[in-house]
Design a protein around this ligand. Structure first.
Ligand code: LLP
Length: 434
């Protein structure tokens, strides 16, 4: 039985933690630590959840690749028929390099530059998710100048509370994202008048790590109200894009299953007479989050001050590992709780530890007050680290970013090698000698 939160593809076989059929200790011995390891099967199963729920409908699933942009991940999804949600030209270049289809790619983001617009138009993206009137004007200009028509969808801010962490909540009036709901009709009319644009859809994205269906239904209702109001003014909207945001289980969260969420949304769409429209989703975390782990080695155990063994009430035991906030930012940035478990279970009493990294910041922690039976040299795995782990990693403290391995069954491939120190300063320039 798998008692670990997250994916059934990350489980102990005997006392040894595996991703599918590959033992993490072995992968770490071969590739070193910190090491991200992903289950390809878990990713494809998560995608299949969306595909099943949308079968028989005109639809497009656009993987929000900011969650994990490794080319092998993109390749896996592209081969399974998936499109992409991008927020920069760097992301578009990754899509192209991985064999993804620009015609199945939506371009999101509040701050697209003219240059990015131009390149995306040349590549032929499916549409631009436009977030402001000023952006509409810029896009129309750019498209005109190169003799193209830009397909646009307006990202509407529906002003609903996604009930998630404030840093990852995006659908409230107070957030910088999207066109305000009460300005949307006027903005559509403006878009229709601009020469370089073709209005094709409507979209929203209300936040991330959402664990309830209701905020989605509220947002959908507001979107459908707008579709009706816009079409009453003679415009037509071909698609409805409901964004991403579906949460995953890090500890005991119980997000709706993909089928349930999508099923309830489709039901509401049908009830309101919009069933003929193309439906888009932009899932990120729910496709890759539970599929990945971050493996790290225990460098030192540092008992609480004054305690000879075990925890003392006046201090903390520290488990210092070789992965830090630069490798996995979520705990430091959002106080996110992510499970930390040993790669090899020991039949010993657990102690309470703060699991911390080597970076020179007090905020450099991966988990607080965790019960672990570990010794120096053991390895631990942070679970559900497949989304917003490697993609948010930095080189702070001149630390090279981790290597990444993709597993399928008993096979493992290195899909990104560890960064070398010399690569980190390869773009620096010394001043001329004087
Ligand atoms: N579409 C848009 C326009 C987005 O901004 C995002 C995520 C997504 C789709 C995908 O959302 P997802 O399905 O992954 O929830 N770094 C944070 C999460 C930031 C999400 C940003 N936008 C974290 O580690 O929790």
């Amino acid at each position: 039985m798998n008692l670990l939160p997250g994916s059934p593809h990350v489980a102990y076989i005997g006392d040894s933690l595996h991703v599918e059929q590959c033992a993490l200790d072995q992968l770490a011995a071969e590739h070193g630590t910190p090491l991200y390891v992903y289950s390809r099967t878990a990713m494809l199963e998560a995608l299949a959840g969306y595909q099943r729920a949308l079968a028989g409908r005109d639809h497009l699933i656009c993987y929000a690749m900011k969650a994990n942009p490794n080319l092998a991940v993109l390749q896996t999804f592209a081969a399974a028929g998936c499109g992409f949600d991008i927020v920069s030209i760097g992301e578009l270049e990754r899509v192209l390099a991985a064999g993804g289809d620009p015609a199945k790619t939506v371009f999101s983001g509040v701050g697209k530059t003219a240059d990015e617009m131009r390149q995306a138009l040349h590549a032929g993206v499916f549409c631009f998710n436009v977030e402001s009137e000023a952006e509409l004007e810029r896009l129309s200009d750019v498209a005109n100048r190169i003799g193209k028509l830009a397909r646009v969808s307006l990202r509407v801010n529906p002003d609903v509370d996604a009930r998630t962490h404030p840093y990852i909540s995006t659908g409230l009036k107070a957030n910088k994202f999207g066109v305000a709901h009460d300005r949307a009709v006027a903005t559509y009319l403006k878009a229709a008048d601009l020469p370089g644009l073709e209005v094709v859809g409507i979209d929203c994205h209300i936040g991330s790590q959402i664990t309830a269906v209701e905020p989605y239904l509220d947002a959908l209702d507001k979107l459908l109200d707008l579709v009706e109001a816009v079409e009453a003014r003679g415009l037509s909207l071909h698609h409805i894009d409901l964004g991403g945001g579906l949460g995953i289980t890090y500890s005991d969260e119980q997000p709706p299953a993909t089928d349930e969420l999508v099923g309830r949304l489709l039901q509401r769409i049908d009830e309101r007479g919009h069933g003929h429209r193309k439906i888009l989703f932009e899932p990120g975390r729910s496709l890759v989050g539970n599929a990945g782990v971050l493996v790290s080695e225990v460098l030192y155990l540092k008992p609480a001050c004054g305690a000879s063994d075990g925890a003392s009430s006046d201090g903390k035991n520290f488990c210092i590992v070789d992965a830090g906030m630069n490798d996995l930012m979520r705990p430091a940035m959002y106080e996110a709780w992510m499970a930390i478990v040993p790669c090899q279970r020991r039949d010993e009493a657990a102690q309470q530890y703060d699991v911390v990294g080597p970076v020179c910041e007090s905020g450099d922690w991966l988990g607080r007050d965790r019960a672990l039976a570990v010794r120096e040299g053991d390895r631990v795995a942070v679970l559900s680290a497949g989304a917003y782990g490697m993609s948010m990693a930095s080189n702070y403290n001149s630390r090279g970013r981790a290597a990444e391995v993709m597993v399928s069954g008993g096979q493992a491939w290195l899909v990104r090698r560890r960064e070398l120190a010399a690569e980190l300063f390869a773009h620096d320039q010394l001043l001329p000698a004087r």
